[in-house]
Ligand binder design. Sequence first.
Ligand SMILES: Cc1ncc(COP(=O)(O)O)c(C=O)c1O
Length: 417
Amino acid sequence: MSNFNINDIRKQFPVLDQQVYGKPLVYFDNAATTQKPLCVIERERDYYLHENCNIHRGVHYLSQMATEAYENARKTVAQFINARQAQEIVFTRGTTESLNLLATSLGQLLVNEGDKVVVSAMEHHSNMVPWQQFLDRINRIEADRINRMDNLLVIRMDKNGVLDLNHYEELLKQRPKIVSIAHISNTLGTVNPIKEMIAMAHKYNIPVVIDGAQSMAHQVIDVQDLDCDFYVFSGHKMYAPMGIGGLYGKMEWLEKMPPYQFGGEMVDTVSFEKTTFNKVPFKFEAGTPNVGAALGLETAVKFIQSFDRQEVEAYEDELLRYATEKLSSIEGMHFIGQAPKRNGLISFVIDGIHPYDLGTIIDKMGVAVRTGHHCAEPVMTFFGIPGTVRASFAMYNTKEEIDIFVKAVNRAATMLR
Ligand SMILES: Cc1ncc(COP(=O)(O)O)c(C=O)c1O
């Protein structure tokens, strides 16, 4: 029997049950970060109350317990995305750190002067700037040089926010060394056909990195079925604490890649003459990790797994459909991102109204949305707008909240016109 009961779920997120400016909070900024259920908060608290210890290096009881718990968390995350082995999960601070690790380490392994990397037109800055800066470095391009696009190839999209796969095929023919694309766009909500895109790149033997920041909480991820080479994510966008996330990589790549950061934990033997490195994944986890947050991440994974994933996805899709329908009736409404396959969020602008003004006014009515470029400035440039209002949903949101939100947008738009 289904255990998806919205009232029970909301009880697990006490932060939702509060008033802001004297109005009940409507939290629609889940693409920025989700709220955390009690079980996650308690798991992290419990760690600091009873288990806190540095891991991997202590011979004493607490250290061994903490090490075991941390390595079990790795196993849980690996199973969650169907990795072949736990060692294919590297813990990081989140998507940004995972992508910087890849741009540096995979970049160093595969990319030489003059080589190309493919990203898409809808990437978050985190999946664009690290590649751009890496390419600039190896090509010794001055920071102020304008014509840098020779090396960073960008898959075009259309006005609905759908990637042009013919253009992608053209770019692949230029034999780039790496493809790195978002699974779900954080500004447009587009769900990209990544399985197909991965297969297309593999025909040219090009490895593919998937930015899964926006997908882990909403979709079932099976890295073996996708056959992606890397899949990166942030815990805090999937009900887990901030400061923890991960990088899945196929073992054959992780073994070949050089370390990203250096220091304790990631070494095997050290002398002033020479250092050898630890095995995967420890080679990529220099220094003391965020153990408490990793245990919180494990609990968040179990929390997500405690529901029927298809049921949650269908519920969130229904929220999206309902919100789109209700917002459509507002005069001057333009949705930014109208791909047939979207997930979790709506971005929009209203004629003659700055998104920031709208966001500020509805905040006073208790509604939390994100306004601005959402760390994807090139997307805003493409649409010729300064930013959007973005409402993003999680499993604890309701249609009643959408009604409050739409009423607030309507009132604010009337005030601002
Ligand atoms: C698609 C996408 N990629 C990367 C990031 C960066 O994630 P983090 O800030 O957790 O490192 C985000 C965050 O909004 C995102 O939505």
